[in-house]
Ligand binder design. Structure first.
Ligand code: KQY
Length: 378
C-alpha cells in the first residue's frame, strides 16, 4: 500500500523533475460531462482518443474512465492505451492528478495538492468536485508511490519547473483569493519550496485573457530547457494578450533562475483570437453550479499548452493561420524531438488543452539534486 507521509519532499531529498526529462508514462482522464463538453462529449472523446494515440507513439498512456463510460472508452481507444476505471468530476489530469517528485536514487513519490475546481465558491467551474479531489491519491496508489498531502490549494497547470531548482508561476493564479486567501506570497513560496523542492520562484503577472483557471502558467509560458522559456506572444497592441506578454517578458528578462542564470525568451505566436460559435455553445447543456459557455466568448487558446513526450512534442492545432508557424518554432526549439500536431479545438472548448489533460510520470533515472542556494529570481 502506498503510504501518506507526514514530511515534505524537500525535507526528504525529493523534488519535481523537469517534464522535459524521461517519462515512464502519461496519465489522462476521459471526458463525459454534458455541461462542459458539447454533444454529450462525443466530439471531445474523439479528440481525446486521437491525443492518446499520438502520445502512445512515444510513451505508455493510461486513461482513467468512469464506470458508465468504460466500455465506450475501451472501444474508442486502441489496445496499446491502458484503460482503468477511475471516478472523476471532469478530466484535467494535470490539475487533479499528482505532481510526481523524485530523488537522486531515482525513487518516485507524489504530491497531492488540495483542489477546489479552480476557485471553489468564488468562481470555481463546477460543484461538487469531491471525486476530482481523490484522483491524485488513486493514481499514486496505482503507481505504487508514497504520497505527500500538501496543505495548499494548487493545480499542476499552475506551476512549471526547470528541474534545477526554479519554479515559474503567475500571481493571478497563486495569489488569487479564490485559492488560499489566508496565505501571503511568502507562505505560498514556502509551500512551493517544500513540495516542489525549488529554491527560486519566478513570478509572472497575469495569465492569458479569459483563462478560466485564473491564469495558469501552462497556457502562458513554459521551460524549453533550463534557462530558456517559450512565451505566448502577439505583436497586436490592441489585443489584451499583448500587455500580458509584454509584462511577462519584462519580468523574465529581469529575473534569474536558481543557478543565477538570466533567461533567454522565445516567442511563440498566439492563435486567433478564437471565439466560441453559437453551434458549439448550443451543444453544451447548462447546469446550475457549472460555468456557462456563451456564444462569442473568447477561448483561452495557446500553443504553449503542448505535451513534451519521450522524443516528441504533441502540440495543439488550433488555427490554420498560425499552426504551421507555431509548429516550426517548436521544431526549432526541440531539435531532437518529433513534433506532432493534433486537432485540438474540441479540447479547447472545454477550457484547456493538451498540457492540462496530461500528467507525466517521470522515469526512474538517477538524477543530480538541484541547487538549494537561494537566487536572485524573486
Ligand atoms: O489549464 C489547465 N491546466 C486546466 C484547464 C481546466 C479547464 C477546466 N474547464
Amino acid at each position: 500500500m502506498a503510504r501518506t507521509l507526514r514530511s515534505t519532499p524537500a525535507r526528504d531529498g525529493f523534488w519535481m523533475p523537469s517534464e522535459l526529462g524521461p517519462h515512464a508514462g502519461c496519465w489522462m482522464l476521459w471526458p463525459e460531462r454534458p455541461d462542459n463538453w458539447r454533444d454529450a462529449a462525443q466530439p471531445a472523446q474523439s479528440a481525446f482518443a486521437a491525443l492518446a494515440v499520438a502520445l502512445s507513439q512515444f510513451e505508455p498512456v493510461t486513461v482513467g474512465v468512469s464506470e458508465p463510460q468504460f466500455d465506450r472508452a475501451r472501444t474508442l481507444l486502441p489496445a496499446e492505451v491502458r484503460v482503468v476505471e477511475l471516478s472523476h468530476d471532469d478530466c484535467w489530469m494535470r490539475d487533479v492528478g499528482p505532481t510526481f517528485v523524485v530523488n537522486s536514487r531515482g525513487e518516485r513519490r507524489g504530491v497531492d495538492w488540495r483542489f477546489n475546481a479552480w476557485g471553489g465558491m468564488q468562481g470555481g467551474l463546477y460543484s461538487p468536485w469531491d471525486q476530482d479531489e481523490r484522483v491524485a491519491r488513486k493514481v499514486l496508489e496505482l503507481e505504487g508511490c508514497d504520497r505527500y498531502a500538501a496543505p495548499l490549494i494548487n493545480e499542476g497547470g499552475a506551476v512549471h519547473v526547470d528541474g534545477e531548482g526554479t519554479a515559474l508561476v503567475t500571481e493571478e493564479c497563486l495569489l488569487n483569493p479564490n485559492r488560499n486567501p489566508a496565505l501571503r506570497r511568502e507562505d505560498i513560496e514556502t509551500h512551493l519550496r517544500s513540495y516542489l523542492g525549488v529554491s527560486a520562484i519566478v513570478w509572472l503577472g497575469r495569465g492569458i485573457p479569459h483563462d478560466e483557471t485564473s491564469g495558469h502558467i501552462d497556457n502562458l509560458a513554459c521551460f524549453v530547457r533550463p534557462g530558456e522559456i517559450a512565451l505566448t506572444w502577439t505583436d497586436n497592441r490592441r489585443d489584451p494578450q499583448h500587455a500580458v506578454s509584454l509584462d511577462a517578458l519584462a519580468r523574465l528578462l529581469d529575473g534569474r533562475d536558481a543557478r543565477g542564470r538570466r533567461f533567454k525568451v522565445h516567442k511563440l505566436p498566439m492563435p486567433g483570437p478564437l471565439t466560441l460559435t453559437a453551434k458549439e455553445a448550443a451543444g453544451v447543456i447548462p447546469r446550475q453550479g457549472t460555468k456557462r459557455r456563451r456564444a462569442g466568448e473568447r477561448l483561452a487558446a495557446s500553443y504553449v499548452n503542448f505535451y513534451p513526450a519521450n522524443g516528441g512534442i504533441v502540440m495543439p492545432l488550433l488555427d490554420r493561420r498560425t499552426d504551421r508557424l507555431a509548429g516550426a518554432r517548436l521544431k526549432r526549439l526541440f531539435p531532437g524531438r518529433r513534433v506532432v500536431g493534433i486537432p485540438a479545438r474540441e479540447i479547447l472548448l472545454g477550457g484547456g488543452n493538451i498540457h492540462c489533460l496530461t500528467q507525466q510520470v517521470p522515469g526512474r533515472a538517477r538524477r543530480r539534486r538541484p541547487t538549494t542556494r537561494s537566487a536572485a529570481g524573486t
